[in-house]
Design a binder for this molecule. Sequence first.
Ligand code: GDP
Length: 279
Amino acid sequence: FAPFLVHLFLTRATPYTSLPTILLLGPSGAGKTALLTLLERGPLSTSTNPAQAAPTHTSQVSSAIQLAVSEDGQSSWRKDLDASGSTATSFLLVDTPGHGKLRAGALEKLGGAGKTGGKKGEKASTRTKAVIFMVDAADSEILATDAAEYLYDVLLTLQKRTVGTKTSRAATSIPVLVAANKLDLFTALPAALVKSRLETELGRIRKTRSKGLLEASVGTEEVDVPEEGDDWLGEYGSEKFKFEQMREFDVEVEVIGGSVAGEGGPGVDRWWRWIAEKI
Ligand code: GDP
């Protein structure tokens, strides 16, 4: 897979560093590699054996594929735009490691993390057009724990990015697609339930973390008292967390269901349309 990508980069005229980028984030096992494989190779390779077509790797590094959408945003992901000669916008879909320890690097790619965001981060973030956060909708255990924790960090990073740059140049907003994957499985939660489950968990995490902050500052003399709402996700002081609260920080969050593999699922068309809109 990796040598193939290198080949891909070398054979394209556009230097990949200048291409708009979509970051693919999410916990391990969500289906990120499977999605990359599907979009890169087309649906035929997955129709017989999805597990085989998606070589699950314990990835330590990011991998990227170059894709294109037509300028009217109407093209199907199945179509090879280079071959058809239509005017297309190329972009990179970058799969980042989902393992806990490696997430810092993924978050760094979102760049300009608030006041601490350096020049390097800023530069990186200008290429990042959107984030796809993938979850396994059939695994409600992970959804309520690992996925929620990771998503909290992603959204907080984006929120801080907006807050941190408000005074100078306005940061271009980075929309987030929560891709509720594996809807081909009958045990999977529908997208609307994935959404409310995550909102509940994010609200819980927000409460727990704000408590931690208060406790940490008790008893110490010289403390960096956190500014009001510094690490509070969404509307400050609100009882319940809702994804809509992220709009205040220019972060649009959408939860859309789909399936990369399996039979009879909704497929990836709606995600692809979302991508086409954002690129
Ligand atoms: P990653 O860790 O996020 O890269 O996840 P993978 O792409 O390795 O996928 C984890 C497992 O889920 C693999 O066995 C995939 O074949 C499987 N998988 C991915 N997407 C789907 C899906 O839409 N439906 C079903 N049933 N299985 C899927």
